[in-house]
Design a protein around this ligand. Sequence first.
Ligand code: HEC
Length: 130
Amino acid sequence: MKKMVITAAMALVMGGAYVGVMPSIAVAQDSAAVIPELSEMARRGELAYTASCASCHGVNLAGTDKGPTFLHQVYVAGHHADMAFILAARRGVRAHHWRFGDMPPQPEISDDDLGAVITYIREIQAANGF
Ligand code: HEC
């Protein structure tokens, strides 16, 4: 009997934990991306990313029909160093990896915000094994 009570209690706790995790999963529903607890810098980057990058690169880096996901081996730091992100935003990108077309320059984003965007992208990449 005691054992049953414990099992029921565990199911409750685990069920509760599962529900507690649901909101962040719901935000990520466009992709299977794991969204980690973001640092302050990354949270700032998320705002700038949403304003300047998400229309093509997608919510939670998932990509859209206008631009690639950053949750891809191609965009890990070893392949595309942080400098590549700065150059992409400043000069734009001529289509070369995919068939989405060219990326236009994004002059409205500040250098500071761009740095924060890179932090944001790296934290989500890391949480997803990239
Ligand atoms: C209008 C759509 C659009 C927007 C907005 C956009 N991008 Fe892109 N981006 C693209 C496309 C399309 C590519 C893929 C080009 C290719 O390699 O074929 C790309 C590629 C990139 C790359 C890879 C560059 C390389 O050297 O291969 C980086 C880094 C990047 N984008 C960063 C950003 C950042 C940061 C922002 C926001 C400040 C942003 N993009 C906003 C469309 C966009």
